[in-house]
Every structure is written in C-alpha cells, then in structure tokens.
Design a protein around this ligand. Sequence first.
Ligand code: 28G
Length: 656
Amino acid sequence: MAEKKSYDAKDITVLEGLDAVRLRPGMYIGTTGAKGLHHLIWEILDNSIDEAANGYCSRIILSLNSDGSVTVEDNGRGIPVDIHPVLKVSAVEVVYTQLHAGGKFNNDNYAYSGGLHGVGASVVNALSRWVTVEVNRDGKKYIIEFESSVGKNGKIVGGAVKSPLTIVGKSATTGTKVTFMPDDRIFETINFDYNTINKHIKEQAFLNKGLEICLVDNRNPNVEPVVKSYKYDGGIKDFANYLTESKTKLYDEAIYLSGTSSDIKVEVAICHTDEYVDNIFSYVNNINTSEGGTHEVGFKSAITKVFNDLARKANILKDKDSNLMGDDFREGLCAVISIKMKNVQFEGQTKAKLGNPEARPAVEAVTISELTNYFNGRGTGKTLSAIIEKALGAAKVREAGRKAKEIARQTNSLDNTNNLVGKLAACSGKNYANNELFIVEGNSAGGSAKQARDRHFQAVLPLRGKPLNVEKKRLEQVLQNEEFRTIISALGAGIGQKFDLSGLKYHKVIILADADQDGAHIRAILLTFFYRYMRELITEGHVFIGMPPLYKLKKKDLTEYVYSDAEIDEAIKRFGSNYKLSRYKGLGEMNPEELWTTTLDPKERTIVQVSIEDAAEAEKMITTLMGDNIDARKLYISENADFNKEDKAMNLLKKK
Ligand code: 28G
C-alpha cells in the first residue's frame, strides 16, 4: 500500500523549517482535532519511552497543568547539551528546531500512523504556543525556551528559540523535563481528555515491562491532584491477565514468550477463556494494529502448528485424525502480540494494519520455537490439555456444520421478518436516499421521537436499555438478539458476508443517546456492531451521532439551547439576568416539540458523521475495556447486559 515516492530537492526545502509543520499539520499528526492534539503528548512521551527502551529511564511523569499545558518528565540521561559542530547551537536546540530525520517523510503513512521517530519533538514545538525544556545532566540543570509568535511580516514563526540553553543551577540527577502549551491557533480544541491519556499510558505501561508511568491531573485548583501510576513487571503477560481477569480462564497464568528473528523483536502472551470468540491485540513499535496484519498471520499459523504437533505427540490426535484448524485453537483465545521492527509499513482502512511481509516469518519462527520450548518444560500438562480439549470441542461443533447452518438459516429468516419490526415506527416516504432512521435510547425518548418526527422521511426505533454486547458473541448469537434483528431487518441490507448496501432503506442512520456514560456505552456497542457486521454502512458515510442539547436558557420569549459544557458560560453571560437555566439529564426529559427543534429538525439539529476511525476506536474500547472502574468492568462483563435488563454496572457507576 505504502508506495514510496521519490524524495526530491523541492520536498527537502519544504520540509526543512518548522513552518512546514504549521502549514500542513495533518501531514505530521493526522488531524488538528482532539486526536491530533493528543498526538502531541504521545510524541513527547515516545521520546521518554525510547530512552527507557534503551535502558536508561525507569520512570516517566506526565502532568496536566492548570494553565492547559502538559509536562512530561523522565529520569533518563537527559537530552545532550553539547554544541553542534556545524550549526553552533546546543544539541537539545537542534532536536527541537530541526526537522532533519533523514528523508523519513517520503512515506505518507509514516507520520500519520504514529511514531515520528526523532522528529516528534520539533513537530510538537512547531505546533505549540511555547515549549520549555529542562535538562539535568553532568551535574547541571539547563533550560531552553521556545515560542511561536507573530513575526515582522505578520506571519507566525513556529517554535523559535526564545532563550537559548542556559545553565540555571546544579543538579544531582539526570533526566529531561518538557512542558508545552498547544497552540490554539492550530488546534480546534486544546482540552486534553483525562480518559484518553489514562488509557494510553496504561497501555504503554503494559507494553514497556517494568517502566513506571505516572499521570498527575493538576488542572482543577480546588481539588487535590488526581494521581495514577502504572508499572507492570510482567509486561504484556500482565496485559493478557488483565484482559481476562473477570472471565473464566482455562488456566491461571498467561503464557509468555519472547525472542528475536531477523532483527525483529517478538513478544507474545497467550491465554484461553471459556468464551467462543478470540481477541488478539497486536502492536508494532508500541502502536496498536487493530486491523491485524502480517505479524498476526504469523502468530496464528504458529499456534495452529505447535498445538497440532503437541496434540499428536500426546496421542490425543491419532494417526488417522486430521489436524485441528486454526479457528479451533483460537476459540476463547486472548492474545497480545508486540513486535519491534524497522521501516514499518501500515496499510488498511485506518492505517492500523501491518503490511511488512518479513514480520510474518519472524513472529512465526519465534512463536513456534518458544511455545514448543514452553511445553517441553515441566508443569504445563494441565494447560496443554485444557487448550486441546477446548479446540476439540470447537472442532466438533465445526464438523457438525452447526455454525454455518445456523448462520445461514437465521440470516435467511431475516429476509421476511415484518413481525419483528413491531417497535419500529417506519416512515412513509419511499425515497431511501432521503430517509432517516433514528435509533433512540430509552422507551420514553423513543415515544417522544415518534411523536416529534416528520413521518414522511424519519423513522424511529427505540431501544429498551442496553444492547447486547456483541463482543463476546458468535454471529449466530447476535442474530438471536431481538433488538439487533430489528435493526438488521429495518435497514434491509443484510449482515456480515451477506451485507449489501444496495438494499439500504435509510441512508442516514442516526444514533440518539444521552450525553452520559450510559449513552456513551450504548453508542459504543452500536458502533461496534456496525463496525463488525456492516462496515460499509460506516465507510460509505451512513452512520451519524445525534447531538441533543445539554441546557435550555429561557428569558421571556427568548429560548436558547446549548449543546456543550464549553459554551454554557458564554451563553449565560449573553442572557444577563433573570433567565431560567435548565439542564437536560437525558433525552427522556424533552417534550416532543423540544425534541423536534433541537435534535430532529434537519434545519436546526447537529449530527456528526461517524468515521471508520471512530468506530474502530469504539470497538477497541469495548474489547479492551481499558477503563478504571474494575467493579463496573467486571459486572459489565459478567452480566450479559441485554435490552430488557437494566444494566447493573451502570447503576453502580451512578451510585459512586
Ligand atoms: C521528558 C520528555 C521527553 C529524552 C534523551 C536522551 C538522549 C537523547 C533524548 O539523545 C538523540 C542521540 C545521539 C544524536 C542519548 C542522552 C545519548 C546519550 C541521549 C525526552 C541524536 C538525542 N545521552 N532523553 N535524546 N541523539 N527524553 N523526554 O525527550 O545522536 S530525548
């Protein structure tokens, strides 16, 4: 996919200064939205993580400051401070002001897919209002400051030196401390999201064995700072155990393997649960590859080979028996694969798939030899027999052809299910391109929406509670769920392999859920469902998120609806005094008229189109459950939340 373009002189001039970064930020950080903003942190953090990977740093502290800036501090060697022989400035200044990096930008995928390898610091500097770097090294403390300010010609000069490297005192330690203020002239938002950062550093702590990463949220001056610290001495082995901690495991401890082949470092953690789906999480250079790729292919073929060989050696598979299939050994599998390699090529819809062909044999070789070694050791008899038994069970089902038959039968039965769409309030118009389907959280909001809508082109499907989490289900189980069956038949385009957009009866599918944690969960489950079974619905731009207002401001006959917390202060100011402010806790609180004006009326409403990246992110959230609330997490997993039951996990969250 990643076709290499030639790197000519024109490119070099474009790429030399930091202006190039300010001119085309998307080239370097993907977007100037929230995702790109957080990328700034990941880039600086990566430099500390690299220092840790080299063996010189054991702790990183990430602080969110009350002025909106971010500080990252590590206890590594400190960025070098010696004077560059040609440029005659300090090495740390070079790192923060030069986009050198030896022609690495000739690959479009490169910057976009994360990991700017060595140029991240200068990109962050270019896109910040100001940056301060403190280096502790050689018994001294040094400081250098950068800023982006308006130059003589009225243009903004990005990341210029404000004060060059200066010794400000002595130091008994070593390390680097970087503080930066994202530039609000570049980014659509400069609000950092705690959960996004928390999730990221937890994931990075799992991927970097023994490295301690702390997160300190200092942003609210009225409360004690929120402090979190992650350190996993077992690395991805701990990650695999964590991902299965609330499930029934077939053996207690995850299997951990590591090795190097053809200059590719490979680590693998494997465990099995009593579930039927598999969850494989893979990473390349600490970047998540949610679309899989060659490393996953190598891993899968390796475990199939090793487990078949071991089953034969144990005489569980007899000479006359044929080998079990890969799918059989992956039933209930939870695995984490982490590899480190050079010249990574990403491909796929979200650039989250590893394309390098050399990764396949490398992962395969390490997994085969290390997994075989593992089972040649002592005390693994139980583990092995549990894995083989599980696979034999899966094979039985497979051989009976039950899976295939059931899916075929149920998919076909969806073709004429008029009886199923009972709860759906369809629309009268037959111009599908115009038609909209609102999937609405809760019966009461659903009722209001049915009254409020324009029935010529708007259909409403209310959901009673929380949808079945598709993550831990086989397709045939998803197809048994009444709510999903209703959605599938209402849309009229089939599902899975049989999905065909030409049958689609609503060209806009709008998810309407409350702006709370429950609503977020429902959105994530629905997006995961679409992502897994109707992906084209998303890639072709048919899926939207509806945005109900959070507040109503009223004064005499003037009414204004406010859609975000960020806007409310300003709106109140505009109203002056004697206004009435009400907060909508949910869609259910709105009467049909209000619902129409604020949320349904195409002329007034705000709806946000869902991108494939959003859906991939939602899926990842559901499958890794990287959240912090362990009780809620466990409950959520153990309770097969369905439409008719109240979700206990969420009630629990609310009580806290
Ligand atoms: C706190 C926030 C972000 C870093 C280091 C340490 C060294 C370094 C960083 O070298 C790259 C290497 C030599 C030219 C390396 C120190 C060797 C010896 C380092 C960070 C390029 C710069 N002593 N720690 N960079 N050099 N932490 N944390 O940025 O060839 S960046």
